[in-house]
Ligand binder design. Structure first.
Ligand code: DGJ
Length: 737
């Protein structure tokens, strides 16, 4: 066991979690209230001098049993607040007893330190491969009067700037409890003066994960999803930044919730300008009946600390999510370059059309063909057949197996689209099992894209879908699945639950989806599973545990993609998201961009194509095969190297990012300028994150640069002419002369 990572001083009641870079300090305060002392840069030795000052704040009452007017839970920074016992800030939990009371008063009970990191039952989480990688402390709080226990888990990794937290609540009373809110973590910052800004990733369908930085101000601000999924509208991630923090300097705390359902981050500035952050399952439309002797596990939160700006925080998350959240055979594999027929044909395809695309794909060097929506039931548009996961007889004369065989004979892999969580009214599944559709009895459910959610919380529903999918996967040779999900949750109600349990429906839905994903991904480990939700509507750390990549956005416009990919990189590694070159005028925006620009942007991600290859000119074909050769050579660097944001498309007309291999010998720079003007400024960019003591050679011009020159003087952008211009510049380390 890595004993040095967690230390408890019995005399002071201080728990100190630390590695070479970070410290997290907790203290059992007066009256056994568990106080937060510090989270940030490593403190070599903490001698218990940062005790919370005492002051009578009036109207902020006192801790029962302490008889001390200057000591109040209303101001004390705590690890997990109680509700109703004079802490008026946003509570981390609200727990109602059978008598109607919802007062709790949690006090320190005990602790246990274990090597490694436990997994979370039924939920995704970060993991360890070796027990020496991390240590975990479980600090248990107990309600002062009732046998309600909160086991609070904190894991510290030895070589990552990360603390993982979650809560397991145990009901050892003889009656049921109603959990009305049970957050995964609370962070009461003691240095509120430092963290003055909050960065979130809001968006919309086709405009996901836009960077939004704002001042943390008085009152409570919620960053949340109420849509049943982590959502296009507000990603399940936020970061707190020092006022002067930027990409390379200043203090940043990043917070990822490893969960794909309704989430909420509440940020409160209290009466004396202290900050409280609560993160977890959204309490909106949530209750959970916790029966006697049962427990409830919250999702996990991952906290990352950076002392040198946002890029370092992102890199900490990139490594963690890639190395210790994503799993499976494709976790580190070079992802295939695919062509997807969606924007090429939509629902209107035939064997001939598909085979023609596949032929062309093979000529161009594309590595996988993906058959998207429309191959099942009797689906020729989006108003039918979801839930009928059997072939649409006659649509593909040679059948799915015929397509798969054809694709494989051509030397490509074969991928298929599914939307397992849905039901169309016009389907055999609905005819046979109308009760599978999630709806409130006696009311007409709200359609969205003419489809409805299945009640994935029910076992028989999941089993039906699993069997159908297995039948396909067992009869057709399939290398890749795109798991789509194309609506938000409404009509949340489950006939499998009693009336007081209806508030469990949304969370049970996600638990059910996770179970189905786990069953299928474990049973078919060779398949590359790609998540999707109308693009990036469920692009979160939880999903990554099951599927190593997700379709980032339904927006394939190269210019809009700059922001989407830049914003996504704040919280997610490049290996987590995919980007496609599509046709122009772009189907979402109508914009014309060159094939080069579309290629450069998509090659900055997991590259794919999504256009009718049979309509390309010879010149375009040549250009695409060159893109493919270029990308194949560089994809290891792009997908698994470090990603550095240099110039933000949210701040101006230019965009730059950089890929740097772990040994820093290989560097790929992306530069882009959005709009042209007649008297342009000369744009320059400095390459950060490279090795300053290396010599680098530009692979196109053969010019040699010292690392210090690239990092400190930088280079000029090419003299772009016209709108939407981009360039990828590849540098390689050379030995010094
Ligand atoms: C939404 C996805 O994001 C698209 O790529 C496509 O698969 C459609 N669904 C198909 O219905």
């Amino acid at each position: 066991m890595n004993n040095e990572l967690i230390n408890f001083d019995k005399n002071t009641g201080v728990f100190h979690l630390s590695n070479n870079e970070i410290s997290y300090i907790i203290k059992v305060e007066q009256g056994d209230v568990l106080a937060h002392v510090y989270f940030g840069k490593k403190v070599d030795q903490y001698n218990d001098h940062h005790n919370y000052p005492r002051r009578d704040r009036g109207f902020s009452g006192n801790v029962p049993g302490q008889n001390e007017r200057a000591y109040s839970k209303d101001t004390l920074p705590q690890e997990y607040s109680s509700h109703g016992s004079m802490d008026y800030r946003v509570p981390a939990s609200i727990i109602r007893r059978e008598n109607g009371a919802n007062l709790t008063d949690f006090r320190y009970d005990s602790y246990e330190i274990t090597p490694g990191k436990p997994t979370l039952e039924g939920l995704p989480s970060a993991y360890v491969l070796d027990e020496n990688e991390a240590s975990t402390i479980m600090v248990t709080l107990k309600d002062r009067f009732d046998d309600i226990y909160l086991d609070m888990f904190y894991t510290i990794y030895s070589n990552r700037n990360v603390i993982a937290r979650s809560i397991n609540i145990r009901n050892l009373t003889n009656a049921s409890l109603s959990l009305e809110k049970i957050a995964s973590m609370q962070l009461d910052l003691t240095h509120s003066g430092i963290y003055q800004d909050v960065l979130s990733l809001p968006g919309a369908l086709t405009r996901e994960r836009q960077m939004n930085r704002e001042k943390i101000s008085t009152g409570v601000k919620r960053f949340e999803s109420r849509r049943g999924a982590s959502s296009h509208q507000m990603n399940s991630f936020i970061a707190l930044l020092g006022a002067d923090a930027n990409e390379f300097d200043g203090e940043v705390i990043g917070v990822h919730l490893v969960y794909s359902g309704n989430h909420c981050f509440e940020l409160e500035v209290d009466q004396i300008n202290q900050i409280r952050l609560i993160a977890g399952i959204n309490d909106y439309n949530f209750t959970w009946k916790l029966k006697s002797k049962e427990n409830f596990q919250t999702p996990e939160v991952l906290l990352a600390y950076s002392d040198s700006g946002l890029n370092k925080m992102s890199n900490t998350f990139h490594d963690l999510l890639r190395e210790r959240v994503a799993r499976g055979e494709h976790q580190f594999s070079e992802r295939p370059i695919l062509v997807n027929n969606w924007e090429a044909t939509y629902f209107d395809f035939s064997d001939e059309k598909i085979e023609a695309i596949v032929d062309e794909a093979a000529n161009l060097g594309i590595e996988m063909f993906v058959l998207d929506d429309g191959w099942f039931g009797h689906r020729n548009n989006d108003d039918s057949s979801l839930g009928d996961w059997f072939e649409f007889e006659g649509k593909l004369k040679k059948g799915l197996k015929g397509v798969s065989d054809y694709v494989h004979q051509k030397g490509l892999k074969f991928g298929l689209w599914l939307e397992p969580e849905m039901i169309s009214i016009d389907s055999e599944l609905y005819e046979n099992h109308p009760d599978y559709l999630m709806q409130v009895p006696g009311r007409e459910p709200s359609p969205s894209r003419d489809q409805h959610l299945l009640d994935m919380g029910r076992k028989e529903v999941r089993e039906n879908i699993q069997k159908q999918i297995e039948r396909i996967l067992d009869s057709v040779d399939i290398d890749y699945i795109k798991w789509d999900m194309n609506r938000s949750m409404s009509d949340a109600y489950s006939i499998g639950l009693e009336s007081q349990q209806q508030g469990e429906t949304a969370h049970r839905y996600i638990l059910g989806v996770y179970e189905l994903m786990e069953n299928l991904t474990q049973k078919y480990p060779k398949i590359l599973w790609e998540g999707c939700s109308g693009g990036g509507g469920r692009f979160d750390a939880g999903l990554l545990y099951y599927m190593p990549q997700s379709w980032m956005s339904d927006n394939t416009d190269a210019v809009e993609r700059l922001k989407i990919q830049y914003g996504t990189s704040v919280a997610y590694p490049v290996s987590a998201g995919t980007a496609h070159v599509s046709a122009v005028p772009n189907h979402q925006t109508g914009r014309m961009t060159s094939l080069k620009t579309r290629g450069d942007v998509a090659m900055s991600s997991i590259l794919g194509y999504e256009l009718d290859l049979t309509t390309l000119s010879e010149k375009e074909k040549k250009e695409i095969s060159n893109q493919i050769i270029f990308y194949q050579d560089l994809r290891q660097l792009v997908q698994y190297g470090d990603f550095v944001r240099l110039k933000s498309p949210f701040e101006g007309n230019t965009t730059s990012w950089l890929f740097v291999s772990k040994d820093k010998s290989d560097v790929l720079l992306f530069v882009g300028r959005t709009l042209a003007n007649a008297q342009p400024e000369f744009n320059e960019v400095r390459l950060k994150g490279i090795a300053e003591d290396f010599l680098y050679e530009n692979q196109e011009t053969r010019d040699v640069y010292s690392g210090t020159e690239l990092a400190n003087i930088g280079i000029y952008y090419p003299d772009f002419y016209g709108d939407f211009q981009t360039k990828l510049i590849h540098f390689k380390k050379i030995e010094g002369k």
